[in-house]
Design a protein around this ligand. Structure first.
Ligand code: SF4
Length: 379
């Protein structure tokens, strides 16, 4: 069976809402024996998907990349990593409020997504007993108002676009009352999981037009992982965001079995540049518990990334390959037969800002903490 591409003409008859599915046993393409084998996984790590996204899966291919994004795997139970691999708790300054870098505050305002990506680095938020998200952002708004150095606010979670439009209008309005907040970012995979969320909501579109002004923009930090997610409907969704004054960029992790191919990344980076949503980060997957089947060693990741950047226009070759480490965003600059060169792109401690380091090449290493720094001779 060929993967389905949704044609623009289907938008005429489209349902107003995606239908959400929380039981993997209800997914037609997953056999009963697979459901049984996955029971322990789904008891531990939540499953959620929707009918639009499931229709993108080629069920005749057990390795289909779209399938890998949302359908659980038994290997998620492998003993590997920690739930909060970047120590986000250390930068939590209030309920649902993170402040790691001087200029930027994160509001974790929703704990639901359009589907749950199996490799999510915040899967702890979807687990029973987690209380890191706050739908009530009043404490976060007060914190931001009291910190004039904060020029950027990122709404995240979970997926903020799963909130009601009424709540989003309230939050965006409250942030626009704070003069020093210039950029509002919304981190969302809804442009991939359910493009109709924006396409079908004229009130949300009007809110974007109102609050994304020439001096203070709203950015949609999209999350496309694979070019097959860029259906005609998804491209229409990006176009809708752009026409409503929202600036679009894309960021995603490098994920084993999903986009760990230079041809796939090349195609995705190029297509995103054509449609006005250029890639700006490719993340090395964090060593998060449950994510072992989705992770790539750093050196192999860098090779795939650098090969992908050999084609396309400069606009398709802008992304940086980074690790979101507890101490900052660390860019992987180069790998040679003996060394790996890294640099802090953003540093939590200003003393590390822009710091460059050379590390012994280790083809088995997945994360910064596994690397051994090489002492550089004084010049
Ligand atoms: S959309 Fe983002 S937050 Fe939600 S499951 Fe996927 S990676 Fe995690």
């Amino acid at each position: 069976m060929q993967p389905m591409r949704l044609a623009q003409s289907e938008t005429d008859e489209r349902p107003r809402r995606a239908r959400y599915i929380r039981d993997v046993g209800s997914v037609e393409g997953v056999s009963e024996s697979e459901v049984e084998a996955l029971r322990k996984v789904t008891e531990k790590y939540a499953f959620r998907a929707n009918d639009y996204y499931l229709r993108l899966i080629d069920w005749s291919d057990p390795h289909d990349p779209i399938r890998q994004i949302v359908i659980p795997r038994v290997e998620e139970l492998n003993d590997w990593g920690t739930l909060d691999a970047s120590n986000e708790r250390a930068y939590t300054v209030g309920h649902g409020v993170q402040h790691k870098y001087r200029d930027t505050v994160l509001l974790l305002c929703n704990e639901v997504c359009g589907a749950y990506c199996r490799y999510c680095f915040r899967k702890r938020l979807f687990m029973d007993g987690n209380d890191e998200v706050s739908n009530d952002v009043s404490a976060g708004i007060a914190y931001i108002a009291a910190h004039p150095e904060v020029t950027n606010v990122l709404l995240t979670g979970g997926d903020p676009l799963l909130m009601s439009t009424r709540r989003l209008v309230e939050i965006l309005g409250a942030l626009r009352q704070i003069p020093h907040v210039r950029i509002i970012r919304i981190g969302s995979k809804m442009p991939a999981f359910d493009p109709l969320r924006v396409l079908d909501d004229s009130e949300l579109q009007a809110t974007f037009r109102r609050y994304s002004t020439p001096e203070k923009r709203i950015y949609l930090m999209c999350h496309f992982d694979h070019p097959r997610e860029l259906t005609d409907l998804a491209v229409s969704g990006i176009d809708c965001l752009l026409r409503n004054q929202v600036i679009c960029v894309n960021q995603c992790p490098l994920i084993r079995g999903i986009n760990d191919s230079s041809a796939v990344l090349d195609e995705m980076f190029s297509t995103l540049s054509y449609v006005g949503c250029p890639q700006y980060y490719l993340f090395q997957g964090r060593p998060t518990q449950g994510n072992e089947p989705y992770e790539m060693p750093l050196v192999r990741g860098w090779q795939i990334f650098s090969e992908a950047l050999q084609h396309g226009s400069g606009l398709a070759r802008r992304p940086r390959y980074v690790m979101s480490h507890a101490t900052g965003k660390i860019e992987i600059l180069a790998v040679d037969p003996r060394y790996i060169s890294l640099r802090y792109h953003s540093a939590q401690d200003p003393a590390n800002a822009g710091r460059f380091g050379v590390y012994r090449r280790d083809d088995q290493a997945y994360w910064f903490d596994q690397l051994q720094q090489v002492a550089m001779p004084e010049v």
